[in-house]
Structures are given as structure tokens and as C-alpha cells.
Design a protein around this ligand. Structure first.
Ligand SMILES: Cc1cc2nc3c(=O)[nH]c(=O)nc-3n(C[C@H](O)[C@H](O)[C@H](O)COP(=O)(O)OP(=O)(O)OC[C@H]3O[C@@H](n4cnc5c(N)ncnc54)[C@H](O)[C@@H]3O)c2cc1C
Length: 352
């Protein structure tokens, strides 16, 4: 059995970032990153995403920086039932996610990191280390394990024995439509069951998505994707020396469906916890960070129970814009929506 200091399962946003930071901080560490996909399949899987990332993400991830940028985003537009259209200046990017991941992986490999195309079949803890069996028949072991293997995580299944509290199934289409280049659009309403419809620029095309079965697209379809978004946060994300990060840990925000930034940050935090040999540090980071605030899930449930009249009533006060005065007025005039307003403010800070 091959032995490593640390093994990371999953080379997506969380796993690639964890691998990068392990070798960045401690180049002599013997690290293995495995992913079940490579080549075109890896690219296809990672394109199934709006690929929108807030500028703040890359401030928190230095020395990683925004690269492979397809569009600079400077405006978020929200359309609410009742006709209110909210505009927020917010800087971010639409990235070419497969290329961004490959670029970070190249830096990891250049520092001597090892990456293999293999699928984890099972993981177990034995004599204080983690033993993994892969689909190639290969057996590997390590003192520390990072499970970054997405919503259907085998590491979560085998080591933690838990499932995400909430899974939102979504469909997304790459369509032949020209949309403004610097803006992302969200459309709210009762039909989206607490979620929303999104329309993002994607090169010369657009990406349109929504919770599965809640809407249709009328444009010519170039690609169609279906994928789950696990959310609601797990009770534990560190167990022994095993860490879950990103979708494996149900970290995406239920209000915005944003999961890239938090997955990358969790990857970094998990790498730091491995290096400090301090799993509790990782738990503490997650529990105390705004990303895991319980108000997001409560607001999602509240939205899911609203009809269009409720959406319209809760947003009417912002008809002339998201001004501080309007926010105060909303908090006093509509106490029944206070939880939504507070979660909304938080999601503007950490939502994507
Ligand atoms: C339709 C849609 C649109 C989205 N749009 C956005 C957006 O615009 N902005 C945003 O911030 N978030 C968005 N998200 C959420 C975001 O895509 C995820 O939260 C993010 O990809 C999580 O990254 P991750 O690394 O945790 O998991 P993943 O990206 O799922 O990566 C997991 C990796 O693990 C590998 N793997 C899985 N099982 C195994 C195994 N057994 N063995 C080895 N490898 C394995 C997979 O091949 C994959 O490479 C969207 C999600 C969906 C579904």
C-alpha cells in the first residue's frame, strides 16, 4: 500500500485549492490528489456551473488570483414579483472554471504534488491512518484525508456516515442568447420553490438555470446540465484527521447557490488544519464564519413558503433602490420579513 502524508479526494474547487495550499505551505509534504475524471469529462463536469465568483474570493485566497476570466461582472440585478428591480454594484467574475482549476493544479504539480486519475471506491480508518481503495485496484493510505469529492461524497459516506440536510436539484442550459456582458441577473418568485432563475453571460452565449422543473427556456439549447446543490451544513466537517470541504460538506449558500468561493476557502482552511494537525481549528473556522450562518437556511425555508404577493410585499419598500433608509423602513414596517432582510444582507457579503 502506497503511503502519503495527505490524500485529497476530488480535484474540484475545494480539493484543488487544498492541494495547492498544502504544497505552498510545506513543499516537502508528500501529497496525493485523485479525481475520477480527466480530460474532456473533467472539463464538462466543471462547466456545469454559472462560474460566477465574487472578487472578494480572490482577496481571501492570495496568492491565488482571478485568472481565466471570461467576463468582469460589476452589477447584480434582481427582478421580483410586483415589478421591483433591484440593482447592486458588486464586483466579480465569470471564470472559465476548468481552466482555472487546471492552472492551480499545474502550480501544485510544479511543487512536486502528485495527481492521479482514479475513483475512490471506499475509505476506512485503520490504525490511526486512512486506507483508500480505488477503482483501478490501487490501495493508498495517509495520516490525513480531505474529502472534496462533491455532493455524492464517498468520504462523507464512509467516514462520517452522514448526508446533506438539503439537496436542491437544478437544471442549467447554455443557450444561444446574447445578454449584457457585465451583469448577472436573478429572477425571484414563488414558482422557484425558495430558489430563483439565473441568467449569466457565458462568452457569446448565456447560461440560464433554475431549480429542476420550475421553468423552461425558449432559446436554442447548446448544452443542458442537471446537478444537485447540497446545502444546510453538516453537524461535523472534521472527524479524526479527516476533513470535508465544499459540496461534500454541504457548504453552498441556499439563497444564492454560490459554492465556489466557500469551497475554495474551505480547501485552504482544511489544508491549514492538516498542517497544524488541528481538526478543531477547522470546525471552529466553519462554525464562526458567516458562510455557515443558520439564517440562510431559515430564509430559504421562508422564501419557499411565500407566494408572489409575499415576494412583492417584502420587496416593495425597495422600489427606489436598496438604500439604507429603505432597509431601516423595511425592518420596522415588515417585521415578518426581518429574517429575510438580514439573510439577504449577509448573502450580499458572503453569498458568491
Ligand atoms: C447548475 C449549477 C450552477 C452553479 N453556479 C454557481 C456559480 O455561478 N457560482 C458559484 O459560486 N457556485 C455555483 N454552483 C455551486 C458550485 O458549482 C459548487 O458548490 C462547487 O463546484 C463545489 O466545489 P467542490 O470542489 O466542493 O465540488 P465539485 O466541483 O463537485 O468537485 C468534486 C470533484 O470530485 C471528483 N470526485 C467525485 N467523486 C469522486 C470519487 N469517488 N473519487 C475521485 N474523485 C471524485 C469529481 O470528479 C469532481 O472533480 C453551481 C452549482 C450548480 C449545480
Amino acid at each position: 500500500m502506497e503511503a502519503y502524508d495527505a490524500i485529497i479526494v476530488g480535484g474540484g474547487c475545494a480539493g484543488t485549492t487544498a492541494a495547492f495550499f498544502l504544497k505552498e505551505y510545506r513543499p516537502e509534504m508528500n501529497v496525493l490528489l485523485i479525481d475520477r475524471l480527466d480530460g474532456k469529462n473533467f472539463d464538462l463536469y466543471h462547466r456545469m456551473c454559472g462560474e460566477a465568483v465574487s472578487e472578494s474570493a480572490f482577496r481571501e485566497l492570495r496568492p491565488l488570483r482571478a485568472e481565466q476570466v471570461v467576463h468582469d461582472i460589476n452589477y447584480v440585478e434582481e427582478r421580483w414579483p410586483g415589478g421591483v428591480v433591484l440593482g447592486i454594484r458588486h464586483r466579480g467574475y465569470i471564470v472559465d472554471r476548468p481552466r482555472l482549476l487546471r492552472s492551480i493544479q499545474a502550480r501544485y504539480l510544479a511543487r512536486g504534488g502528485i495527481m492521479e486519475n482514479d475513483a475512490l471506491l471506499s475509505a476506512r480508518r485503520e490504525n490511526g491512518r486512512y486506507e483508500l481503495e480505488c477503482s483501478s485496484g490501487r490501495k493508498v493510505a495517509a495520516r490525513s484525508l480531505i474529502g472534496a469529492d462533491g455532493f455524492n461524497s464517498r468520504v462523507r459516506r464512509d467516514i462520517f456516515g452522514t448526508t446533506p440536510p438539503e439537496v436542491i436539484w437544478t437544471e442549467q442550459y447554455l443557450v444561444d442568447k446574447q445578454v449584457p456582458e457585465h451583469k448577472i441577473v436573478f429572477i425571484q418568485g414563488e414558482r422557484y420553490n425558495g430558489g430563483y432563475r439565473w441568467e449569466f453571460p457565458a462568452g457569446k452565449h448565456a447560461r440560464i438555470g433554475f431549480p429542476r422543473g420550475t421553468d423552461v427556456v425558449r432559446e436554442d439549447i447548446i448544452e443542458r446540465h442537471r446537478r444537485a446543490i447540497p446545502t444546510g451544513s453538516l453537524e461535523r466537517i472534521a472527524y479524526g484527521r479527516c476533513y470535508l470541504a465544499g459540496d461534500a460538506a454541504a457548504m453552498p449558500n441556499p439563497l444564492t447557490f454560490g459554492g465556489i468561493r466557500v469551497a475554495m476557502l474551505a480547501g485552504r482552511q482544511a489544508a491549514e488544519a492538516v498542517l497544524w494537525d488541528d481538526p478543531e481549528r477547522y470546525e471552529r473556522w466553519w462554525r464562526s464564519s458567516m458562510f455557515s450562518h443558520p439564517s440562510f437556511m431559515r430564509a430559504f425555508d421562508h422564501f419557499a413558503g411565500l407566494d408572489d404577493a409575499g415576494y412583492a410585499e417584502s420587496s416593495r419598500v425597495f422600489g427606489s433602490g436598496l438604500l439604507p433608509f429603505a432597509f431601516l423602513k423595511a425592518m420596522f414596517r415588515y417585521p415578518q420579513y426581518r429574517d429575510l432582510y438580514m439573510a439577504y444582507v449577509r448573502s450580499a457579503i458572503v453569498g458568491w
